[in-house]
Design a protein around this ligand. Structure first.
Ligand code: NAG
Ligand code: NAG
Ligand code: NAG
Ligand code: NAG
Length: 559
């Protein structure tokens, strides 16, 4: 695994060394949040996150696991984002292991087989989550009648508090239900609508699974979505992360989320999702004993953290983690997330190492793009010449490790073929970026694990990415993007035929692919300073938003 050579890999530039962490406003507001939380924690809530099923809305909320992969193929479901289900019952919510869910995951119908699921969490006795129920937005209950008995304040307090809490949550869920309907309507009516108004950008064309529905969803997110970032924990392990290196998307996201003023809320009662702001890369650096191969200290840190926030606030218990998310670009992210069964099975895990054979569930987890940032921004690296100025058919240079690269290198390394240039190390003086700019196709095998920074690099440089993968890798942003429109996928068994396969792409098709690569680039961009609309930060948030839309959290007051 990559990080056993850890300290070098993790010697990534911390965000706190970059201008990006200056003037950090995190500390302010903590006390207030605590006071609110302490107050609410008096009330115990019993968590039931109920299924939002769908009958006519089946494309969005598939209700049962087995039949759904078939339904997904046709109709609207195939066109956007949406959904099958890995609905599982949680047996009182106390014993869901990742393994069980893992086994239920349906393989995607294509490589990036996306399916947003309805997540069902049921307690042992309730009827919540029964498949097939039509989602009915919960109306806010009428104001409580004046308490006739007029007992002591102490007695009255609890029920009133509960009711107030319920109303808040129900209001949030009602908002989400409206957003869902708006998006559903967009899916159904996309042919008959004028484009939505947007001063910055209007998504159109085949790079999207459904451009119109995506746009609707994106605008709904901007209007509504609120994220609460837990304030517990000290940097660098919490609230910080690497801003450069192949792990940069981890630090960038944490940093940008902390700094965000639009979708971040300081009031957890207004939040749709809760972010656990730890950095696995930082833990590997600070907590892991190099070469010990012992990840338990990292696992303990994560599980202790969840212990702290679930004791202090009612939110984790309320949903068993289903409206919480973590994010990591480290190879070990998936494994260490199993330190808490609910984190693994229920929470939204945003991971670079998005290997579907290792419990990554595209219907609830999010594939995080791996972007190797050497400087603060990518702006200066982007763009590249047209096909006629790209003499090399296919290019790869990189270390010989992981499951796929040895096969690639065995067949193509240093063959002296001017069309397919594959090597472990580039000769001194040859620029990697220039090679990508001179190539029509850039080969993107995973490394130790599935993710590769080459996807984003190829996209920046307008080199058509070739994904070498047998379907383990859940491609980033595949909930929205139609990867087939701007990339090529080659099975590992076809590696010997790479030249033949790529040479068969017609010049016309190539121009089309390349144009789309350029069009999709904005979604992979990382900007210095404030993130911009539709960039990598916001697309990741949008993926989290979609996963949250599939869950309905209800709080039943207990005690
Ligand atoms: C969880 O379930 C498994 C098998 O279904 C069982 O072996 C295990 O003891 C259970 N764990 C808990 C904590 O109940
Ligand atoms: C399960 O949920 C139902 C409905 O919310 C509730 O009445 C019941 O007490 C819960 N049962 C357990 C075992 O928590
Ligand atoms: C959440 O559940 C845990 C374990 O069941 C419990 O120890 C903790 O007190 C609960 N948290 C709150 C805020 O009630
Ligand atoms: C995905 O995970 C499986 C199971 O651990 C592993 O065998 C496979 O090599 C991984 N895929 C890649 C491309 O790393």
């Amino acid at each position: 695994m990559r990080a056993t050579s850890s300290s070098s890999a993790a010697a990534a530039t911390p965000c706190s060394n970059l201008p990006c962490l200056h003037g950090h406003g995190r500390v302010g507001g903590r006390t207030t949040a605590y006071a609110v939380a302490a107050c609410l924690a008096v009330v115990t809530f019993l968590a039931v996150a109920a299924l939002d099923p769908g009958t006519q809305a089946a494309s969005w909320f598939m209700s049962s696991s087995s039949s759904s992969s078939l339904q997904r193929r046709g109709g609207v479901a195939g066109e956007l984002l949406l959904a099958t289900s890995t609905s599982f019952s949680d047996d009182g919510g106390r014993n869901s292991t990742g393994k069980e869910v893992h086994e239920e995951v349906q393989p995607g119908d294509d490589g990036d087989g996306f399916h947003l699921s309805s997540l069902t969490l049921v307690n042992a006795s309730s009827g919540y989550g029964t498949p097939g129920k039509v989602p009915v937005p919960i109306p806010a209950p009428a104001p409580s009648p004046p308490a006739k008995e007029s007992a002591t304040n102490a007695v009255q307090d609890r029920p009133q508090m509960q009711r107030r809490r319920d109303v808040k949550l129900e209001r949030l869920e009602l908002g989400l239900a409206k957003a869902r309907s708006a998006i559903m309507e967009a899916i159904q009516n996309k042919e008959n609508r004028p484009p939505l108004i947007d001063k910055d950008y209007v998504p159109v064309g085949p790079i999207y699974r459904n451009a119109y529905a995506f746009h609707r969803s994106y605008l709904e997110m901007e209007k509504l979505f609120k994220v609460y970032v837990y304030e517990e924990g000290e940097p660098p392990v919490f609230h910080d992360g690497p801003c450069r290196s192949i792990y940069s998307t981890e630090g960038r996201f944490i940093y940008n989320m902390e700094m965000d003023s639009r979708m971040r809320t300081r009031d957890p009662d207004l939040a749709h999702v809760f972010f656990l702001p730890f950095s696995v890369v930082k833990m590997v650096k600070m907590i892991y004993e190099p070469n010990s191969h012992d990840m338990n200290p990292i696992r303990r840190t994560i599980s202790d953290y969840i212990g702290v926030v679930s004791n202090k606030y009612p939110f984790w218990n309320r949903s068993l983690g289903a409206d919480h998310f973590m994010l990591s670009c480290h190879d070990w992210g998936p494994y260490v997330s199993s330190a808490n069964g609910h984190l693994f099975s229920n929470s939204i895990r945003v991971l670079c190492n998005a290997n579907k054979s290792e419990g990554f569930n595209p219907s609830k987890d999010v594939s995080l793009p791996e972007i190797n940032l050497r400087t603060d921004v990518v702006d200066r690296q982007v763009g590249g010449p047209s096909a006629s100025h790209r003499p090399i058919l296919a290019f790869f240079a990189g270390g010989n490790h992981g499951p796929v690269r040895p096969i690639l290198l065995k067949h193509w390394k240093d063959r002296g073929d001017p069309d397919v240039q594959v090597s472990e190390y580039l000769p001194r003086g040859v620029s990697y970026t220039d090679m990508m700019r001179r190539s029509r196709f850039c080969l993107c095998p995973g490394g130790y694990e599935v993710a590769s920074p080459r996807l984003a690099e190829a996209i920046y440089l307008e080199c058509v990415p070739v994904v070498l993968d047998d379907g383990d890798y859940a491609l980033p942003l595949a909930d929205v993007l139609n990867w087939d429109a701007f990339s090529v996928r080659v099975r590992v068994a076809d590696i010997p035929r790479i030249k033949e396969l790529l040479a068969a792409v017609s010049p016309r098709r190539y121009i089309q692919l390349q144009r789309r690569v350029a069009a999709v680039r904005r979604h992979f961009m990382v900007h210095g300073g404030t993130p911009r609309r539709y960039d990598a930060f916001h697309m990741i948030l949008h993926s989290v938003w979609l996963r949250r839309l599939n869950v309905r959290v209800t709080a039943a007051a207990a005690g």
